[in-house]
Design a protein around this ligand. Structure first.
Ligand code: GDP
Ligand code: MN
Length: 384
């Protein structure tokens, strides 16, 4: 569950992390009223599930009511990387002496928590990692031990922040670690973490991702449901009862069984392609399920080729083949389809498909060859 900045700040505040006084709203009049209450200057900030809002014109300083009104009306409705701003957060503006970066996330390969801290904050951390990796101080925290204050202090010193910031940074990072663990977060990030001219350290931005599997421990997390980023493809698929996860690539994937669907995604990656989705049609592969799956994939404009990977078990090859043919009669598919059909009665199934094969419906015997074909087709469609 990805929180908006203001939700992240409210989450931080529960764990004692200093954030600026502010309020969220969806309209201009309220924005001005909030500005009047917290006192000028204020910052008006777009609340969208993406970073780089500052550069996109989604973060503006206002010195008075007229400016607050102007910025609020400009930012509401603004499109930031495809995210239309529906909510803004108005907070009291802070004076900034320095901008830092701080985060905790899970390092799965190390089986430990990873803390990252940098004196070069305010910019995207990926840029710092590329251009000046030494500017990021990293620590691993053993989850069974936790972050000790000594370890935290040594980490802050390694990051070469302004010495004035040391105590404040140690205090915030201890609280941030606690929020990360107690709140069952997958990611907590503060960028920028600021040092004020007065010497206080303060969170000026918040990026928080909570573990959706830990909600049984946090019943109040249902309050974030309404603001979750929506993937229209996923909504359409789930409405049809399909197990679908949207991905960023160009090869649509349909497979029967979650394990096979995951392997299919892996194989597409392995041969240099990018899956557009994970889709498990389950054990059966009748025409209803298959046409529903094809429809969902066909409606994704990023899909340039479709890889149908079926291993017949209880569902026999003929049933699968008939399901595919009937589905193709019902849905007009734009992208070429590559089928790999194996398992129970595969030969019978292939014989049914054979007369229908064309440039837009191809068959390969192995999963690897089928993946190669689908990726090749997706690449040529993308370039043609
Ligand atoms: P992002 O661009 O989406 O990461 O949004 P941020 O919340 O990080 O804001 C972007 C930048 O706006 C920060 O790095 C600051 O430089 C600036 N900014 C945000 N809030 C304040 C503030 O209260 N005072 C000042 N002076 N600058 C601010
Ligand atoms: Mn930021």
């Amino acid at each position: 569950m990805d929180l908006l900045e203001y939700q992240g700040k409210q989450f931080f505040a529960q764990y004692g992390i200093p954030v600026s006084d502010g309020e969220a709203t969806d309209n201009v009049d309220d924005a001005v009223a909030i500005a009047e209450r917290v006192g000028y200057p204020v910052v008006v900030k777009a609340q969208v599930h993406t970073g780089g809002r500052g550069k996109a014109g989604g973060v503006k300083l206002a010195e008075n009511a007229d400016e607050a009104r102007m910025h609020a009306s400009n930012i509401l409705g603004l499109d930031i990387k495809g995210h239309v701003v529906k909510t803004i957060w108005v907070e009291i503006a802070s004076d900034i002496a320095e901008e830092y970066y701080a985060s905790f996330t899970l390092d799965r390969s190390a089986k430990q928590h990873l803390g990252m801290l940098s004196a070069e904050g305010g910019v995207e951390i990926e840029t710092v990692a590329e251009e000046n990796p030494d500017a990021i101080a990293k620590i691993h925290v053993d989850p069974t031990v936790g972050l000790t204050e000594d370890q935290c202090r040594a980490w802050v010193e390694a990051a070469n922040l302004n010495p004035d910031a040391t105590d404040g940074a140690v205090d915030i990072l201890m609280k941030l670690y606690n929020a990360y663990v107690e709140g069952d977060a997958d990611l907590v990030e503060i960028n920028p973490l600021i040092l004020k001219p007065t010497g206080e350290v303060h969170a000026l931005d918040a990026k928080v991702s909570l573990d959706g599997n830990a909600t049984y421990e946090h019943p109040d997390y249902t309050k974030y449901d309404a603001t979750q980023p929506r993937d229209e493809r996923e909504e359409a698929a789930h409405a049809k009862g399909l197990q679908y996860v949207g991905l960023d690539g160009s090869v649509g994937v349909i497979a029967n069984g979650a394990g096979l669907a995951m392997s299919t995604v892996d194989v597409v990656n392995q041969v240099g392609g990018k899956p557009a989705n994970f889709l498990d049609i389950g054990g059966g592969a009748n025409a209803d399920v298959m046409s529903g799956a094809m429809e969902v994939i066909n409606n994704d404009p990023a899909v340039k080729a479709i890889f149908i990977n079926i291993f017949g078990g209880i569902t026999r090859g003929e049933e699968v083949a008939n399901g595919i043919i009937e589905a193709m009669n019902r849905v007009t598919i734009d992208a070429p389809i590559v089928i790999r059909l194996d398992g129970t009665n595969a030969n019978e199934g292939r014989a049914i498909l054979e007369p229908h094969l064309s440039d837009s419906l191809m068959m390969e015997t192995t999963m690897l060859d089928a993946a190669r074909k689908a990726v090749e087709l997706a690449d040529s469609q993308a370039n043609g």
